[in-house]
Design a protein around this ligand. Structure first.
Ligand SMILES: [Zn+2]
Length: 116
């Protein structure tokens, strides 16, 4: 009787482990899909002006009376390639690729943010 119980619980453990592995795979797949579902949001003075997919490589020229910024989306990363602002903080900022990361150009009141 005792032996039989032990065999059943061993099988249960194996079954639970298989379930856990399957669950981990599902979580990994969801996580991967999420990563490719990121967006790049451009805001000026607090208003969202453009939203781009982080998956599509492109170049966008943001221009106001204050000046311009050339924003580049490349290989899932975003950076400012060129700008005529006085501090060039946006141009010198490292590339961003994670949700919540931002590049801010204070002189142009431009905020580039990665969102889901
Ligand atoms: Zn700037």
């Amino acid at each position: 009787m005792m032996d039989e119980d032990r065999i059943i619980s061993k099988r249960d453990i194996i079954f639970i482990m298989i379930l856990l592995i399957a669950l981990s795979l599902v979580i990994l797949i969801i996580h991967f899909n999420k990563r490719t579902g990121y967006y790049v949001t451009l805001s000026a003075d607090g208003d969202v002006i453009e939203t781009f997919s982080l998956d599509d490589d492109m170049e966008y020229r943001f221009e106001t009376e204050a000046g311009f910024n050339v924003i580049v989306i490349e290989d899932g990363q975003v950076y400012v390639r060129e700008a005529d602002c006085r501090d060039k903080i946006c141009v010198n900022h490292s590339r961003i690729s994670n949700v919540g990361e931002t590049i801010i150009c204070l002189p142009h009141k431009l905020v580039i943010e990665i969102t889901e």
